[in-house]
Design a protein around this ligand. Structure first.
Ligand SMILES: O=C(O)CCC(=O)C(=O)O
Ligand SMILES: [Fe+2]
Length: 298
């Protein structure tokens, strides 16, 4: 008999035998219309679909400023070999840069901008801190996609995030067309937690950030979810923001068009949902991927 079973884990995953999807008990929206800029109808829609798209979040001047900042960071030779920089498996081009708020004062300031902070606090119903930040740089022709996954599945298993009380904001710095690797989401799928099969290998993040293989749902489950929920896509001009729940099923295809698709990603977590020990990994991922300093953003 094994004594290591964690009985208070509502989201068991990385299992040795397949298990049925779990209906999520936790809410998606923790605040009310009185708490911030989303009105009651917008909050209702966010609760139901698990995401909201807000065009015009960044102004034209800001798009230029942050695009230049992104170019500066991806071209910075001194960052090559830095563990925060993830390169594409095939081409060796920069794919993501993590913990960008430590590399860029501009992005640090942006993470505290009331336009973002007030919405994050409202959705999560508390003060918030940054769980993770990254820029995803998807160049034309060579940009690699992201296979279907729930972020929360990994954050729970490998980072020790107890509940899906976190929200991501993806800020588009380029136009997001239906054809340049735009993020696909399954509306409503955030209400279902899909346990994944297979134990977490040691140092899984070293390969999973280039191409995720562990913690992804089976094709059978993806098929069921897609038939039940359909597939929507984050499209819109540069400056648009996508707010999406930690547990929504999402992914993107490769970008074979000449049009790059870059964005800044910020993950806000509730200060009432701070990280514990990983729920299904032998060691927590490093701090640049999952921050353990839960100082509320001001
Ligand atoms: O930018 C994308 O296409 C998706 C990225 C993503 O899912 C992630 O960073 O977790
Ligand atoms: Fe993701």
């Amino acid at each position: 008999m094994t004594t290591a079973t964690v009985t208070d884990d509502l989201y068991p995953t990385r299992l040795t035998e397949a298990a049925e999807p779990i209906v999520r008990e936790h809410p998606t929206v923790w605040g009310t219309a009185a708490d911030g800029p989303f009105d009651a109808e917008e909050l209702r829609a966010h609760e139901e679909r698990g995401f909201s798209i807000l065009p015009g979040t960044l102004t034209g001047g800001e798009i230029e400023t942050y695009s230049r900042e992104l170019d500066r960071l991806t071209a910075d030779e001194s960052l090559r070999g830095d563990e925060r920089v993830i390169t594409e498996k095939g081409s060796g081009e920069v794919r993501s840069i993590f913990a960008v708020q430590h590399l860029s004062e501009l992005i640090d300031d942006l993470s505290r901008d009331p336009r973002l902070l007030e919405r994050a606090r409202q959705l999560l119903g508390s003060d918030v801190y940054l769980h993770q930040t990254r820029i995803n740089y998807m160049p034309g022709f060579k940009g690699g996609g992201f296979y279907w996954h729930s972020d929360f599945e990994t954050w729970h298993a490998e980072d020790g995030m107890p509940a899906p009380r976190a929200v991501s904001c993806s800020l588009a710095l380029t136009p997001n067309y239906p054809y340049n690797g735009g993020l696909m989401v399954m509306p409503g799928s955030h209400r279902t937690f899909v346990p994944s099969l297979g134990e977490t290998p040691e140092d899984n993040h070293r390969s999973s950030l280039k191409e995720q293989k562990v913690g992804v749902p089976s094709e059978e489950v993806i098929t069921q979810l897609a038939h039940r929920h359909g597939i929507d896509q984050f499209t819109g001009p540069a400056g648009s923001a996508l707010w999406f729940d930690a547990n929504i099923m999402h992914g993107s295809g490769n970008n074979i068009t000449p049009f790059p698709r870059s964005n800044i990603f910020m993950v806000f977590n509730s200060v009432e949902n701070t990280l514990q020990e990983p729920f299904a990994a032998s060691a927590p991922r490093p701090d640049h991927i999952a921050h353990r300093d839960a100082q509320p953003l001001r």
